[in-house]
Each structure stands twice: as C-alpha cells, then as structure tokens.
Design a protein around this ligand. Structure first.
Ligand SMILES: Nc1ncnc2c1ncn2[C@@H]1O[C@H](COP(=O)(O)OP(=O)(O)O)[C@@H](O)[C@H]1O
Ligand SMILES: [Mg+2]
Length: 322
C-alpha cells in the first residue's frame, strides 16, 4: 500500500527503535514516547525493536516507518536504504544525507566548502605511533587542549578533552577497544553547547528556538545528556536575538546543504568570539523530555503535534536523491 496523507489514519505505522547501536537506550525512550503519542492520536502505531525483528521481515507488516533510531546502523543511511528497497516510506532523511550526517569529517568538509564555520580537525588512527600523530595534529591544530571524538559516534560516547599528550594517549587507549570506529580530534572551543532543531511543518522548513546547555561537567558528556541533574537547559539560549537568528539561519542552511529531509538538529558551540557548527543529527532524539521536544514546546508546538509533524515527513520526500 502506498501511503498518502489521506491514508495515514489507516496505515500500520512501525516505530523503529532500539537495535544494536551504542545509543540503544536513548532510541528505546524515543520509540516508546513516539508510539504512545501516535496511539493517543488514534493512529495504528506499533513500537518495533530492531534487536528483535529483522528489517526484511518488516515487508507486509507495516505501511510506514517512523524512525527513532540513533547512531550507527539506524541514523547512517543503512536502514533507510533497506526501507527504500522494501518500498516502505519512512520519516526524515534519505540514504545520502543520513550517511553524510553520520560521518563527521565528510560533513565538516562540506561545511568548509560552503564557508560555514566548524572547528579545525584531523582524523587520527589509534594504531599510529604517538610522535607522528601529535606532530600531524599540531600542524593543523597548534593549541592544546584538543577535543577527541569518534568520526561516526554520537551521544558523546568515547569523546573527551585532551589537555596534553598523556590525556590523548588515555583517550586513544579507550578508543582501541572500539574496533570498527574511526577517530578524530578537533580544535577545542570553550563555550556553551547549543542546538537548533529543524522541523518541516506543512511543507515548510522551520528552525526552532535555540536551546543552550549549561553543565558543571567538563563538557556536555554522556552523563550530562542522560541525567537531568547534571545540566540546565535554556530555550531560547541566553544570547542576543541577532545571534539566535543567525544560528537558526545557519541550521536551515546546513540542513539544506546536506539534503536532509523533514527533521534534523544542528549542534553548535558558542564561544566568546565564535559560533561554530559541530554536527548535524538527522534523527534527533524524539522522547518527550528530549531537546527537540523542548525546542518545539518553546515554539508553541506540543509533543504530540511534533511527533505528527515528524510522521508527515514520510509523505513529503523530494524527487530522487541517492
Ligand atoms: N571541538 C569541541 N570543543 C569543545 N567541546 C566539544 C567539541 N566537540 C564536541 N564538544 C563537546 O562534546 C559534545 C558532543 O559533541 P558532538 O560533536 O555534538 O558529538 P555527538 O555526536 O556525540 O553529540 C558537545 O556538545 C560539546 O560539549
Ligand atoms: Mg551532538
């Protein structure tokens, strides 16, 4: 069955979540809340944990997929490609934007080519001898500290600040147990992490109010993301109105530049003299307590309305993009 806007009320909606990504817990929270919101709205929604159901088995079981998957295997274009082959419409970005958004070095190259500020970076191989690695890094990024992170990670996992070689060495040794990842270091930006949600509403892309995070932890790390007592959120962020507007414009530009569809969240660092883009999340967290929900609320959009807007992005895909 091909789903049109009129048929959405009758469609069997699969809320795909969970899976085997390191971001599984957040994804299950997104999936549970979104399923509840759709069910409360009278739609036929079912939460499907991809750790329990194989993707090819979805054929014939669902008419439409709402993607609440985060990280590798869910947000990186692979599920999107599989659903394309199965002919199941899905929410959010297609294969190309999902893959580009997941791999930070390529994403940042794209930003740089379009004059959008992003911290300087260098891809590093944990197997490389320390001396040559540090020499290479210092050529690109002369000042310490530097910020270490996976190229395709999320949720601030395996990331950290290196003030010196010894810190970098200990981050690298933790990274060595993540065999399938690649890693990078970035110029360290001292400032406030901010994020801007982008949501398609009745065919129009809207940048939501900027959300800023304060935390007493060293950075907006895994604990700060998962424990409300470790952070304070402000929406809109306490910044001048013109700066907030510029960030919203940049978020829309980044979303469009990538060819993202329907929904995304662009993460920034706001320093004293610099507002710079860290990354895009093509499947932002969809839980009722998440950033996207908070930004939607600040824009006067309730949680059930937000989920409904995300659902509708499955029906408004543009002409063919790989
Ligand atoms: N270059 C940087 N300088 C300072 N802090 C950073 C830098 N990159 C990331 N961080 C910190 O790590 C957090 C997560 O980084 P991000 O690039 O958004 O990765 P993730 O995909 O894990 O969310 C940011 O919110 C910020 O607190
Ligand atoms: Mg982020």
């Amino acid at each position: 069955m091909t789903v049109t806007t009129l048929e959405i009320d009758a469609a069997r909606i699969g809320v795909l979540c969970g899976g085997t990504s390191p971001e599984r817990p957040g994804s299950l929270a997104s999936g549970k809340a979104a399923t509840q919101a759709l069910t409360d709205a009278g739609l036929k929604a079912r939460m499907i944990d991809l750790a329990e159901v194989s993707v090819p088995d979805l054929a014939g079981q669902i008419d439409l997929a709402l993607l609440a998957l985060h990280g590798l295997g869910g947000e990186d274009g692979k599920i999107q490609g599989a659903l394309d082959i199965l002919g199941i419409p899905y929410t959010g970005s297609g294969v190309l934007a999902s893959a580009l958004g997941m791999f930070k070095p390529t994403f940042k190259t794209l930003l740089k080519g379009h004059g959008i500020d992003t911290p300087a970076w260098e891809v590093v191989d944990p197997a490389e001898p320390m001396a040559s690695m540090v020499a290479r890094i210092e050529q690109r990024i002369p000042d310490w500290p530097i910020f270490f992170k996976p190229c395709s990670g999320g949720g601030s996992l395996v990331a950290g600040i290196a003030h010196n070689r010894a810190d970098l060495e200990s981050l690298l040794s933790a990274a060595r147990s993540e065999p399938y990842e690649q890693f990078m270091v970035e110029e360290y930006i001292d400032g406030m992490p901010c994020t801007v949600g982008v949501l398609e509403i009745e065919g129009e892309l809207m940048a939501l109010p900027v959300l800023g995070v304060e935390t007493r932890r060293d950075f907006y790390d895994y604990e700060a993301k998962h424990d409300l007592s470790q952070r304070t959120e402000h929406c809109p962020a306490p910044l001048p109105a013109t700066q907030l507007q510029e960030m919203q414009t940049t978020a829309l530009n980044v979303h469009r530049l990538l060819g993202a569809h329907g929904v995304s969240r662009v993460d920034f660092m706001v320093g004293a003299n610099r507002t710079t883009v860290l990354e895009i999340n093509t499947i932002p967290g969809l839980s009722a307590q998440g950033n996207l929900a908070a930004m939607s609320r600040a824009a006067g959009i309730s949680y059930p309305e937000m989920v409904r807007h995300v659902l509708h992005t499955a029906m408004t895909k543009p002409a063919y993009i790989p």
